[in-house]
Design a protein around this ligand. Sequence first.
Ligand SMILES: Nc1ncnc2c1ncn2[C@@H]1O[C@H](COP(=O)(O)OP(=O)(O)OP(=O)(O)O)[C@@H](O)[C@H]1O
Ligand SMILES: [Mg+2]
Length: 215
Amino acid sequence: MVVLIGGEKGGTGKTTIATNLAAMRVINGHDVLLVDTDKQGSASAWSDIRDKNNISTRVSNVQKFGSNLGADVKDFKNRYEDIIIDAGGKDSVELRAAMTIADLMYVPVQASQFDIWTLSIINDLISQAKVFNPKLTPYILINRATTNPLVNEVEEAKSVLQDFDHLKLSDLLLKERISYRKAAKGGLSVIELEKADIKAITEITTLYNEVFNAK
Ligand SMILES: Nc1ncnc2c1ncn2[C@@H]1O[C@H](COP(=O)(O)OP(=O)(O)OP(=O)(O)O)[C@@H](O)[C@H]1O
Ligand SMILES: [Mg+2]
C-alpha cells in the first residue's frame, strides 16, 4: 500500500506521523520504504539517527525529488510491501506526483489552523489528483489537538469541513504529546520510548490500525 502524508502547510506533523507509522510497520514485521520528498530531509535524518543508535528494526528510506516520483514509487511498489511518503510542507511537484500514485492520503492539520484558505487549496489539489488517481482516499487528520477537555476543536473542524466535497475528517485525532519530540530525537517512534506514554501510544496505534486496516 502507498500511504502519503502530505499537505501544503508546514510544521503540521507530517514527518512525525510518517516516521512513527514507518517504524511501527517495520516492528510489526512488514517490508517498508519511507520516501522523503522534502528537501529539508527530516525523515531521512530521523532514519539516520535510528541507524546510528543501532535500532535493530531498521527503516529503509530514500530521498526522491522531482516529477518522476510517480514512476519511482511504481518501481518501489514491486519491491516493498508498503511505501510511506513524507511530502514536504508546500504545494510541490513531489506532492502532486505522490497524489497520483497514493492509495491513502493523510493531511495533518492543527485544529487551531483550520482555515478556509488552506482547506480550499487541499480540496483543489485532491480534486485534480482524483482525475488521474480515482482510488485516492484522502483524510484530514487533526494533529496536536489540545489536551484541554473544555475545548471542542473537533466539532468546530467538522463544521468547517462540511463545505468541501473532497475533504473527510478521520475519526481519530492525535493530541499534543511531548513524547513525539522525545522519540524523534532518538530516531524512534513513540511506541519505542523507554518511559511509555500510554495516551500517545494509544492514539498512534489507533491511527496505525486505521491506515493499515489492522485489527
Ligand atoms: N502530536 C504532537 N504533539 C507534540 N508535538 C508534535 C506533535 N506532532 C508534531 N509535533 C512536533 O511539531 C514539530 C513539527 O512537526 P513535523 O516536523 O512532524 O512537521 P512537518 O509537517 O513534517 O513539518 P515540515 O512542513 O517542516 O516538513 C516537531 O517539533 C514535532 O516534534
Ligand atoms: Mg516534515
